[in-house]
Design a binder for this molecule. Structure first.
Ligand code: ZN
Length: 278
């Protein structure tokens, strides 16, 4: 904390102007038109006289980026070239971290696969894109939310995953592929679900073939990285706006979140089906 400079940390996110021995700017934690946010290099702290938020460099990063104490320390150490020592984690912990990390990688692969199929294949364009267009979504918003298209073939995802060296076991563990080797999502508009830090934890798929008697939406089942009762769709894209507005709008579904974002209302999330908890 001593090695970090508050004005340098804050300046990455907020325009600061000199005012005497301090700096001032518009508070990133509440909406305001005249600056009441002050940074004191001599005390190495920030303070907002509007909303009362204040603290040192660690507090600022934790609050602004919505990250943990440890992650804030790591970021600061990195920025100000302070080596940090970490205690050696137990083999069990490492094993679990590795497993979780590889699951995220597989989900990321699946997200890229769905996005690719939306933009680069004839079916994606004619079926997937025309659905999104019918909802009035712009290309910009489709790309921002990483919306995709799952091809209507039996095992296209599985085959490409295997070819790229991913384990079938992990695909199954993530609910992407059935035990029998069939893709779980087929012929659907795909909504990638992010955790608050932006990693892909699961998917929602909306049916596009109205002839089929299948559920309109299917979602990733409970997995090691996807716990429905703890997930709000869109939180990753909404967190800054929620903090700023100090208010969060809860809507029903994926498309409501995307539509509101497109309309410039970003403090919005949706619950995962009926799993909403207090
Ligand atoms: Zn403030």
């Amino acid at each position: 904390i001593e090695a970090s400079r508050i004005e340098e940390v804050v300046r990455d996110f907020v325009d600061l102007k000199r005012s005497g021995v301090n700096f001032s700017g518009l508070c990133p934690f509440h909406s305001e038109k005249t600056p009441s946010f002050s940074v004191s290099p001599s005390k190495n702290i920030f303070k907002c006289f509007g909303c009362g938020k204040g603290g040192d460099t660690v507090h600022f990063l934790m609050e602004y980026e919505q990250i943990s104490f440890v992650d804030a320390i790591k970021k600061l150490a990195d920025k100000f070239n302070v080596p940090i020592e970490e205690t050696v984690p137990s083999p069990e912990y490492l094993e679990q971290q590795n497993q979780e990390e590889s699951l995220f990688l597989v989900n990321q692969f699946a997200r890229d696969f769905f996005v690719h199929h939306l933009w680069e294949t004839p079916m994606g364009k004619s079926v997937g894109l025309s659905y999104y267009n019918s909802r009035g979504f712009t290309e910009e918003i489709i790309r921002k939310f990483q919306l995709g298209y799952a091809p209507d073939t039996g095992d296209a995802l599985l085959q490409e995953a295997l070819q790229k060296g991913y384990d079938k076991e992990n695909l199954e563990a993530l609910g992407l592929v059935s035990e029998k080797g069939r893709d779980f999502f087929r012929g659907r508009a795909m909504f990638a679900i992010h955790n608050p830090s932006g990693k892909i934890i699961g998917f929602g798929g909306r049916i596009l073939n109205t002839v089929l008697k299948a559920p309109k939406y299917i979602n990733t089942p409970e997995t090691e990285v996807y716990h429905k009762s703890e997930v709000l769709y869109g939180l990753y894209f909404a967190k800054k706006a929620i903090r700023k507005a100090d208010q969060c709008i809860l809507v029903e579904g994926y498309t409501d979140v995307v539509s509101l974002h497109q309309a410039g209302i970003e403090n919005v999330v949706s619950a995962s089906g009926t799993s909403l908890t207090e």
